[in-house]
Ligand binder design. Structure first.
Ligand code: NAD
Length: 259
């Protein structure tokens, strides 16, 4: 997979899945604009890409804030002159609570980052993909985006993740004629900074049939995924190797959503 000459924007690239995506896209030759709301973590991502011989810029912005995202996208174009790949990854778990305890401000915060952030990122970047003559977008949703079986209380998160998948399918219709593909990845349990309760983690692990590496048999069930497991699928979807794939929610969950 060769992404030489391509420019990619990755949101939430300061840690976890987004950082792994930024590193993997850069390793395949793309120039990467890495965005997160935290200066220190996004600078580390930039340094790591550059130390491996890649080209990167670090951009600080909150994906839910229109003015900050306008400035961020302008910075990408000023620096690299074009945009070909967008990975919409920034997201939060938010507060998980029974619906009667879920406060309106907590609901709003999750929806603002996960859903408004997705809308703003796409609203502001699609014109540049059109100007480049086409491109590829990958939205990092969740298995919660296609099936609702996780621990009770994830209502706002699940609503935001399902809405991302709906947006991807709707936009695949709209953007195909502009040679822009858009897909979602739906990770299951992945080891990152996103906090999960031990109970939920063990429940999730018990549902994962994939066990690796060879001979590693955890007591609780299967193996959680790594950020790199998601990143390699994202890179594939971003590349021309996936030229006939659009509007697809791709599960990356070791089979977790089968049970
Ligand atoms: P993470 O906390 O390690 O990384 C999230 C990144 O997004 C960080 O760099 C953070 O600074 C950034 N971010 C958060 N809010 C932001 C905002 N408002 N503006 C800009 N940047 C912001 O988490 P992760 O597990 O790597 O999650 C990445 C994505 O993957 C999320 O959308 C999450 O819902 C999804 N996901 C994660 C898992 C999992 O098990 N870890 C499973 C399914 C889906």
């Amino acid at each position: 997979m060769d992404l030489i000459g391509k420019v990619a924007l990755v949101t939430g690239a300061g840690s976890g899945i987004g950082k792994a995506c930024a590193l993997d896209l850069a390793a395949k030759g793309a120039k990467v604009a890495a965005l997160s709301r935290t200066v220190s973590e996004i600078e580390r991502t930039r340094e790591e890409i550059e130390s491996r011989g890649g080209e990167a810029s670090a951009i600080v912005a909150d994906v839910a804030e229109e003015a900050e995202m306008r400035r961020a996208v302008d910075m990408v174009i000023d620096r690299f002159g074009r945009l070909d790949i967008v990975v919409v990854n920034a997201g939060i778990n938010g507060v998980w609570a029974p619906i009667d305890d879920l406060r309106p401000d907590e609901w709003d915060k999750t929806i603002a980052v996960n859903l408004r952030g997705t809308y703003l990122t796409l609203h502001l970047t699609v014109p540049h993909l059109k100007a480049a003559g086409g491109g590829s977008i990958v939205v990092v949703s969740s298995i919660n985006g296609t099936r609702t079986f996780s621990t009770a209380g994830a209502t706002a998160y699940t609503a935001s993740k399902a809405a991302q998948v709906a947006m991807v399918q709707q936009l695949a219709l709209e953007l195909g004629r502009h040679r822009i593909r858009i897909n979602a990845v739906c990770p299951g349990l992945i080891e990152t900074n996103i906090p999960d309760s031990t109970v939920k983690r063990n429940q999730d692990l018990a549902r994962i049939p994939v066990i690796w590496p060879e001979g590693d048999i955890p007591i609780t069930g299967g193996k959680a995924g790594r950020s790199e497991d998601v990143a390699e699928v994202v890179t594939f979807l971003a590349s021309d190797a996936a030229r006939h794939v659009t509007g697809s929610p791709v599960w990356i969950d070791g089979g977790q959503s089968l049970l």
